[in-house]
Design a protein around this ligand. Structure first.
Ligand SMILES: Cc1cc2nc3c(=O)[nH]c(=O)nc-3n(C[C@H](O)[C@H](O)[C@H](O)COP(=O)(O)OP(=O)(O)OC[C@H]3O[C@@H](n4cnc5c(N)ncnc54)[C@H](O)[C@@H]3O)c2cc1C
Length: 289
């Protein structure tokens, strides 16, 4: 289908992009275009102006700050995240989630900023963003704002980002202490989107038991969430198979699970338990290696 007519601009700085975005109430930024363009072709989004971010080179980098925070520019593609040596070493659950997005073409074009801004309930990267307690740095006409991932995902395609704000980067604190993390996904066989995806991060005590756990879940509910009941159940245990299974069984506590042609709500809850168990087990194994 042919899209509604729109104007197109490609500024070279973030400041210009923010200014352009504020100029018309009905403008949108575009990054990889892998979520926005299909919506425009279906007539579900009809922006009057498109502001292309892809000339803003500063949004494409991955860097590590002096305190260890790993900063991923909003325009970084899923493919570049999946292959980055720092991300693979320090944030393996994010590398695995990015590597599990769609197919090669989608990973080569789609961006972390686009995924986090779009907030599809079946998107992969929100799960590790929650587990690693990432911060979304947004820039708007009033300046810069940092939003914790746990405060960011509000509902289906609904976030704490304002219409006039642009995501500049996603900031991941380096996991402290003896820690391990992993992402496990049950993918839709046609689209590749997550019917369920679980990212787990565990930190160990000196005796090898679990000091702390952080678990992000996507695909199961209207918005990605932190499985706090499972995190509490795991903390303080010895991290054996029984403790992991008991914690994983709580990973869908309190959620209204989605139900659709791909999976009923009961089946989704079952998948959350199974994939939480797998993610936690791999995270613990990595932490102990
Ligand atoms: C066939 C197919 C399969 C897919 N499979 C998966 C999958 O398995 N897992 C998965 O997670 N995703 C999947 N996706 C979605 C893909 O990851 C998209 O790339 C991603 O969701 C959006 O990123 P984008 O850069 O393409 O954003 P765009 O499509 O350019 O933009 C999406 C939305 O975000 C806004 N936006 C973009 N960048 C910013 C920014 N920096 N600041 C503020 N707003 C911004 C846009 O205005 C728009 O509203 C799939 C897509 C396709 C087409």
């Amino acid at each position: 289908m042919i899209t509604h007519p729109f104007t197109y601009q490609a500024p070279s700085t973030l400041e210009e992009a923010v200014e352009e975005l504020g100029r018309s109430g009905d403008s949108k930024v575009i990054a990889g275009g892998h979520s926005l363009l299909p919506l425009m072709k279906l007539g579900l989004a009809q922006p009057e102006a498109l502001i292309d971010l892809r000339r803003i080179a500063s949004l494409r980098a991955i860097r590590t700050e002096s305190d260890g925070t790993i900063v991923i520019g909003a325009l970084t593609t899923h493919r570049d995240i999946a292959h980055d040596p720092i991300v693979r070493a320090k944030l393996p659950a994010l590398a695995e989630a990015a590597g599990a997005v769609g197919d090669l073409q989608v990973r080569a074009r789609g961006t972390i900023g686009g995924s986090i801004a779009h907030a599809d309930p079946a998107a992969d990267e929100p799960a590790p963003a929650l587990a690693y307690d990432a911060t979304i740095r947004a820039v708007g006409p009033k300046g810069r704002r940092d939003i914790r991932a746990s405060d960011y995902f509000k509902g289906t395609f609904e976030t704490a980002l304002a219409d006039d704000e642009i995501i500049a980067e996603v900031r991941f604190p380096a996991p402290a202490g003896r820690s391990g993390s992993a992402y496990e996904k049950f993918a839709h066989p046609a689209s590749g989107f997550a019917i369920t995806g679980v990212a787990a991060l565990v930190t160990l005590k000196a005796d090898g038991g679990i000091e702390r756990a952080a678990i992000g879940v996507t695909g199961a509910a209207a918005a990605a969430y932190r499985a706090t009941a499972a995190e509490k159940a795991l903390a303080g245990t010895n991290g054996d198979a029984k403790a992991i299974a008991a914690a994983a069984a709580k990973a869908s506590d309190g959620i209204a699970a989605l139900s659709d042609l791909a999976a009923s709500s009961d089946y989704r809850k079952h998948l959350v338990t199974v994939f939480a168990k797998r993610a936690i087990l791999r995270a613990v194994t990595r932490a102990r290696a």
